[in-house]
Design a protein. Structure first.
Length: 94
């Protein structure tokens, strides 16, 4: 089976250290070939072998690290989620 290369929304990142942690956690999972976080857009590009690891395995790894990985169908909603996260952070800061 061919590798899947997909971008997912990530919620809960607050700094570059969070982004590095997500890359490290995903990169350690068997079947993951690439995990590259884009901190400003709160997304992660993951290339993985679906015969070895599923989306649920990716989600579990990210959740165990304290973050939330958006589902495939949530990608279109990532802009809305980012706005909500920004608003929450703004309220907590003020």
């Amino acid at each position: 089976m061919a590798d899947i290369k997909k971008t997912y929304a990530v919620r809960g990142m607050h700094c570059a250290g969070c982004a590095a942690n997500i890359e490290r956690v995903l990169g350690k999972r068997e079947g993951v070939k690439l995990a590259s976080v884009n901190f400003p857009s709160s997304t992660v590009l993951v290339e993985y072998d679906p015969a070895v690891i599923s989306y649920d395995g990716l989600r579990e790894a990210v959740e165990n690290a304290g973050f939330e990985l958006g589902a495939d169908e949530e990608e279109e909603e990532s802009d809305h989620s980012q706005e909500e996260e920004y608003g929450r952070l703004k309220r907590n800061t003020i």
